[in-house]
Design a protein around this ligand. Structure first.
Ligand SMILES: Nc1ncnc2c1ncn2[C@@H]1O[C@H](COP(=O)(O)OP(=O)(O)OP(=O)(O)O)[C@@H](O)[C@H]1O
Ligand SMILES: [Mg+2]
Length: 313
């Protein structure tokens, strides 16, 4: 559905997107993830035909987004980062106006607006002024607008931005439901959202793709646990020093001491399982060991790992 090849965008003085390539297949829900300024919105704006690329190509449903811009746009429903809405229009009125702009007329337009409102849970709000809607409902109007012309592909730029947890949950459910009938590319900062809704994740950092795969794949790539809990009967200070000196251990935190037992949490370098070394250390020191437990990596660990490598602090 989406094909992006070697795409770059340079603004004056800075490269926002730096030679990225990716594909999104029909029916997939793909999460577009990355820290502020990573280039997500820039990529999305190129894909949706709002801005030309500096180099590279992008196509949607086989149509080049530059050369066949009209054909490509017909197949895309785009919800921008800040949905521009007309506050002094009623929901139904606004959506009908948008449907007309997208070339729909008469009964077909009315029917499409009804269906979009229905899908987005807006039917009860159809007569309300947009200016009087809560943020969550405004987002839904933006979504209804994006899908009113029945596009195959929905491109959503941070659809849950600024919503409260209940609204986030509702929009997330809505995206999941829309995913049954649409291909979706959704950008977000919220990792749990990606884990729950997306088939695949593309992580962007400083204009480059630094990781991509299913959430489970990405977590699996960090393979080993990053956090290890260990409880020892040993002098706390000596044990802490020796643990810290183990290869691959980045940080040692003493969680507590009780009846001669000390509980530590260790933070390990990525890709490193330090449990065996900890066990050997305990054996050498003659320390009793009653807990040695590793926590699996989360998507958050992956995100931090891939977007902070090479950065200090
Ligand atoms: N119109 C513009 N002119 C100059 N630089 C821009 C322009 N738009 C974006 N940039 C820069 O390009 C880089 C990528 O911005 P972009 O908005 O694509 O990031 P993003 O991943 O969407 O970030 P966020 O998560 O904050 O929305 C940033 O460094 C930004 O400052
Ligand atoms: Mg953005």
């Amino acid at each position: 559905m989406i094909q992006v090849s070697n795409l770059s965008k340079r603004y004056v003085g800075r490269t926002a997107v730096d030679g990225i390539s990716f594909e999104v297949g029909q029916g997939e829900i793909v999460g577009f993830l990355g820290p502020n300024g990573a280039g997500k919105t820039t990529t999305i704006r190129i894909l949706t035909g709002y801005m030309p690329a500096t180099s590279g190509t992008a196509s949607v449903a086989g149509f080049d987004v530059f050369r066949d811009s009209m054909e490509a746009r017909r197949r895309i429903g785009y919800m921008p980062e800040n949905v521009p809405l007309y506050d002094d229009m009623r929901v139904k009125e606004y959506l009908r106006f948008r449907a007309q702009l997208k070339g729909m007329r008469g009964r077909a337009a009315r029917k499409a607006v009804g269906e979009a409102m229905d899908l987005c849970g807006l039917t009860e709000m159809r007569g309300k002024m947009i200016g009087a809607l809560s943020k969550g409902y405004r987002q839904r109007v933006g979504l209804a607008d994006a899908l009113v012309h029945k596009p195959d592909l929905l491109v959503l730029d941070e659809p849950t931005n600024g919503l409260d947890p209940n609204q986030i949950r509702r929009v997330r459910e809505l995206i999941k439901q829309l995913g049954l009938t649409h291909t979706i590319l959704v950008s977000t900062h919220i990792l749990s959202e990606v884990e729950m809704t997306c088939d695949r994740v593309i992580i962007l950092d400083r204009g480059k793709i630094c990781a991509s795969g299913t959430p489970a794949d990405l977590v699996g790539r960090l393979r080993t646990a990053r956090t290890v809990t260990v409880e020892l009967r040993a002098g706390a200070a000596v044990a802490a020093d020796k643990l810290k000196a183990l290869p691959g251990v980045k940080k040692v935190v003493k969680e507590g001491e009780r009846d001669g037992w000390t509980l530590f949490t260790l933070r390990a370098e990525s890709g490193r399982d330090v449990r065996e070394a900890v066990a050997s250390l305990a054996a050498e020191g003659g320390w009793a060991l009653r807990e040695l437990h590793a926590q699996g990596a989360t998507l958050e660990d992956v995100f931090v790992d891939v977007t902070q490598s090479g950065r200090t602090g």
